[in-house]
Design a protein around this ligand. Structure first.
Ligand SMILES: Nc1ncnc2c1ncn2[C@@H]1O[C@H](COP(=O)(O)OP(=O)(O)OP(=O)(O)O)[C@@H](O)[C@H]1O
Length: 319
């Protein structure tokens, strides 16, 4: 078991964790990551940034070429037999039999677990189906499930036993907005029961909506990690002016030394004004120049702003 004394227990802790596949630059490069107990931890990065490789090392599926990883206080992959029974994982989509019903798929998963008591199997499966909202569809063949239902069935499989940690690799990938919402709700529910959730995503707003903590990866390297609120607070917000006169608005902003970032339709976005600028003076200047102002405000920084500030580039979801 992990050390239980003290408040700040790390469920995942890596030091300089590195994976170099044959040739080329490292897919994961000296990654030092700390996932606190009880967190919903978002592991964020564009495609190819090393998220799946990291998860595979954490789960003992591949060996690192450098550094160390501890999961639930134990070294991985050495302690895989102790650690993995306490971890529910959904990696690269669940392996389901399409010709079996959702319920029968779970019965099969449960039967493959040597520690699972066969006498309580049906009850366990019923509880897991209920947990993910699949009871009404339990008798349907898995091949008739939507992608979202398949993901939920995969989660149900991961939840057959009580888990201290859930590891979900891109759990909403390919889902429609409704399916994404369902998974997000489920993740929140699981976290409220005290399970630590580690989920990877290439979607910034998904991480912002569901995660308490995040780490940002790019090209195998860790750019930053910490509580989501702090990450976003580290970046500067944005000034937005809504006006039917965007060209004039741009002009006035530039005159005040403010860098305009974009103008789309009636929305002009810009870097926030320097601290010494009084926002009241700025609106007065806009109005004095004949700019009809419909809206004016400084928006709080998002995780995307933080990412842009860190890399100097936009967060390219297509990778
Ligand atoms: N088995 C492998 N052999 C060689 N290179 C690999 C292998 N698996 C991944 N890579 C490379 O390692 C890098 C990181 O890939 P990885 O899959 O870990 O990224 P990711 O962030 O999970 O992206 P995705 O969301 O696309 O899976 C990529 O450049 C990828 O091409």
């Amino acid at each position: 078991m992990a050390a239980s004394a003290g408040a700040a227990v790390s469920v995942i802790e890596t030091q300089e964790l590195t994976k170099r596949y044959r040739g080329g630059r490292p897919a994961v490069d000296r990654l030092s990551l700390t996932v606190p107990e009880g967190a919903v931890f978002g592991f964020l990065g564009p495609n190819g940034s090393g998220k799946t490789t990291t998860i595979r090392m954490l789960m003992g599926l591949i060996d690192p070429t450098g550094g160390t990883a501890r999961v639930l206080g134990h070294p991985m992959p050495r302690a895989a037999r102790t650690v993995l029974p306490q971890v529910g994982a959904l990696i690269e989509g669940p392996a389901l039999y399409g010709f079996l019903s959702g319920r029968d798929n779970l019965l099969r998963f449960d039967a493959a677990d040597p520690t699972a008591d066969p006498r309580t199997r049906r009850a366990r499966v019923a509880r897991a189906l209920d947990r993910v909202g699949l009871t009404p569809a339990a008798a349907k063949k898995a091949k008739a499930y939507s992608l979202g239902m398949k993901q939920r069935l995969g989660l149900a499989a991961a939840l057959l036993q009580p888990r201290r940690l859930l590891v979900l690799d891109e759990p909403t990938n390919g889902l429609d907005p409704q399916g994404m919402r369902e998974i997000r709700t489920l993740v929140r529910e699981l976290a409220s029961d005290g399970t630590t959730v580690f989920l990877s995503s290439h979607l910034l707003d998904e991480i912002e909506q569901v995660c308490t903590h995040a780490a940002v990866m790019a090209q195998g390297r860790l750019l930053t990690q910490g509580p989501v609120a702090e990450l976003a607070a580290g970046a500067r917000g944005r000034l937005t002016v809504t006006t039917p006169d965007p060209a004039d608005a741009r002009h006035v902003l530039k005159e005040h030394g403010i860098t305009v970032l974009a103008a789309e339709g009636e929305r002009v976005t810009a870097e926030p004004p320097p601290p010494e600028t009084d926002l009241a003076d700025l609106t007065a200047a806009l109005v004095a120049a004949g700019v009809r102002v419909r809206g004016f405000g400084v928006e709080r920084a998002s995780l995307e702003d933080a990412f842009v500030a860190l890399t100097g580039e936009g967060f390219d979801v297509a990778g």
